[in-house]
Design a protein around this ligand. Structure first.
Ligand SMILES: C[S@@+](CC[C@H](N)C(=O)[O-])C[C@H]1O[C@@H](n2cnc3c(N)ncnc32)[C@H](O)[C@@H]1O
Length: 255
């Protein structure tokens, strides 16, 4: 079986993710954490979340990277992390004893509702703050518009729910689960704003977006659409906003 996320794709999206991330949420987090920090990064891939958060957080920091794909986590440049190759769904509250923060980037939408609720309960049982960033919201805006945009977007969003995944509903599920156990939840937008200087990322994103839509709805005839959108992209005419949400959950007084 091939990995769903390649190192090349994660590297291509990393600068757009870095630009998109919501800084005011991190400022709120900073009011609640004190160094030394122990940070657990779930689905760390090659370590992009750490590369962004490390300079924003007080030091010293100890990072624990949880990743099921050994080839990806082997590319996390720094060797000072505690790397745990495996399924982060196996985490228990006692594994988070002493943790200052649980974080994840671009991960929530690939989980099912039971998985998200279980993860939330594990984190809440350890009373640890959580920062989950760059979860797709399901909203995409392309400029100039094309008559097929909304059909492709709808099919893509249905594809995001395959095998019970929460897709664009993930943030709402996690927010509700944290609120139910007395956490304060803060949500904020973190959109990719792709223009002529993101040509390669836009092209790859477009191909993946359309391929998923076509897989979901084989009646969609997308060859001409893909060709015309790629032409727009290469000519520097296309702007795409891919909406995401960031979520900060802080332990509060339990009811
Ligand atoms: C979209 S990638 C994001 C990677 C990284 N956080 C980033 O922002 O570049 C999602 C990552 O989560 C990992 N992953 C998904 N489910 C997992 C699980 N249950 N346990 C461990 N890793 C998981 C995948 O292997 C993949 O590396």
């Amino acid at each position: 079986m091939t990995a769903e996320f390649t190192a090349d794709w994660l590297a291509l999206r990393e600068p757009a993710d870095a630009e998109a991330r919501n800084r005011p949420l991190v400022a709120m987090l900073l009011e609640r954490v004190r160094a030394p920090l122990v940070v657990h990064d779930l689905g760390s891939g090659t370590g992009a979340n750490r590369r962004w958060l490390d300079p924003a957080l007080p030091k010293p920091q100890q990072w624990v990277l949880h990743e099921q794909e050994p080839d990806l986590v082997a590319r996390a440049e720094r060797s000072d992390a505690d790397v745990r190759v495996g399924d982060f769904m196996m985490l228990r509250p006692e594994d988070l004893l002493g943790a200052s923060l649980v974080t994840a980037s671009a991960v929530l939408d690939i989980l099912t509702k039971p998985q998200l609720e279980r993860l939330t309960h594990t984190i809440a049982a350890a009373a640890v703050p959580a920062l989950f960033v760059l979860t797709v919201s399901g909203r995409v805006q392309l400029t100039p518009s094309h008559p097929l945009d909304s059909a492709v977007s709808d099919a893509f969003n249905r594809h995001q729910h395959r095998n019970g995944r929460c897709g664009p509903d993930a943030v709402a599920v996690v927010a509700q689960a944290f609120r139910a156990v007395g956490y304060q939840v803060h949500l904020a937008p973190s959109p990719w704003r792709l223009g002529p200087h993101h040509r390669e990322l836009t092209e790859q994103w477009l191909r993946g977006w359309c391929a998923a839509a076509a897989e979901e709805d084989p009646h969609l005839e997308l060859d001409d659409y893909v060709r015309s959108r790629l032409d727009d992209c290469v000519a520097g005419r296309l702007r795409v906003v891919v909406h995401h949400n960031d979520l900060l959950a802080l332990p509060g007084n339990r009811p």
